[in-house]
Design a protein around this ligand. Structure first.
Ligand code: ADP
Ligand code: ADP
Length: 218
């Protein structure tokens, strides 16, 4: 069974801009799908549909995953909460008990390599560390499907490559599926089990190919 299934999806905004047309896309368990394409081709819109933030104008978007994690470029940590308390936030909102969410947060912080930074406030963290905290916050809900909208786009190249490697490791260990938006072809190929290429206005899927996973490093 699919985690996400788009059939002939089109979306026209209220101002008349058609962002997507004729989009067919499936994400299955075990897949890490990257969507690559130039600015303005509808990648973010596609992800917003997948996250339930936008409704399609025609076609069908079926979201079968019940636990979905989101990591967007803006890590959106609460500035007055330390790392530990930010990471616990989603579990807290989902009614997970105090003891259980502390345990989940500790595990997630360890998984993303933020051990030792539990008491740091967001303003004391580098951009890469903020993304790690944001990733940890979603991991506490044990997502089946993770949605990423250019999460590392604002980071320097070295930090970005390091986080990509960590993401690959997490994907392999934690068994979530991924839908990852980027405008970098090398990043897309490096990260995914399948690359989907979008282009045009309105955006369409113009190519799709599987990738040997993980992409050979040297
Ligand atoms: P990408 O993520 O590939 O850069 P977007 O999905 O952000 O592309 O945008 C696709 C197209 O839809 C662009 O032309 C953009 O200007 C337009 N668009 C995005 N959001 C809205 C909106 N809320 N209202 C009107 N047009 C929008
Ligand atoms: P080269 O053939 O130049 O030695 P590499 O094997 O280092 O290239 O990488 C192949 C491509 O994948 C390059 O475009 C590189 O920028 C990209 N790449 C390598 N490592 C990563 C990473 N961790 N994250 C994203 N892209 C990467």
């Amino acid at each position: 069974v699919h985690l996400l299934h788009f059939e002939d999806v089109a979306l026209t905004f209220a101002n008349g801009t058609t962002a997507l047309s004729g989009v067919n896309l499936t994400v299955n368990p075990g897949e890490f799908v990257t969507v690559v394409g130039p600015s303005g081709c509808g990648k973010s819109t596609l992800l917003r549909i997948a996250s339930g933030l936008e409704q399609v104008t025609s076609g069908a978007a079926r979201i079968d995953a019940s636990r979905i994690g989101y990591v967007f470029q803006d890590a959106t940590l609460l500035p007055w909460r330390d790392v530990q308390s930010n990471v616990q936030l989603l579990a807290e909102l989902n009614g997970v008990s105090k003891k259980e969410r502390a345990a989940r947060a500790a595990e997630a912080i360890e998984l993303v390599g933020l051990s030792g930074f539990e008491k740091h406030l967001p303003k004391m963290l580098s951009g890469g560390m903020k993304m790690r905290a944001s990733l940890a916050r979603s991991l506490t809900l044990d997502p089946q499907l993770f949605l990423f909208d250019e999460p590392f786009g604002a980071l320097d190249e070295i930090t970005r490559e390091r986080l990509n490697d960590e993401l690959l490791r997490l994907f392999t260990e934690q068994q979530f599926a991924g839908l990852f938006i980027t405008h970098s072809v090398s990043e897309a190929v490096y990260l995914s089990t399948k690359v989907v290429v979008m282009s045009g206005r309105p955006g369409r899927i113009v190519d799709e190919f599987p990738v040997d996973f993980p992409f050979p490093r040297d």
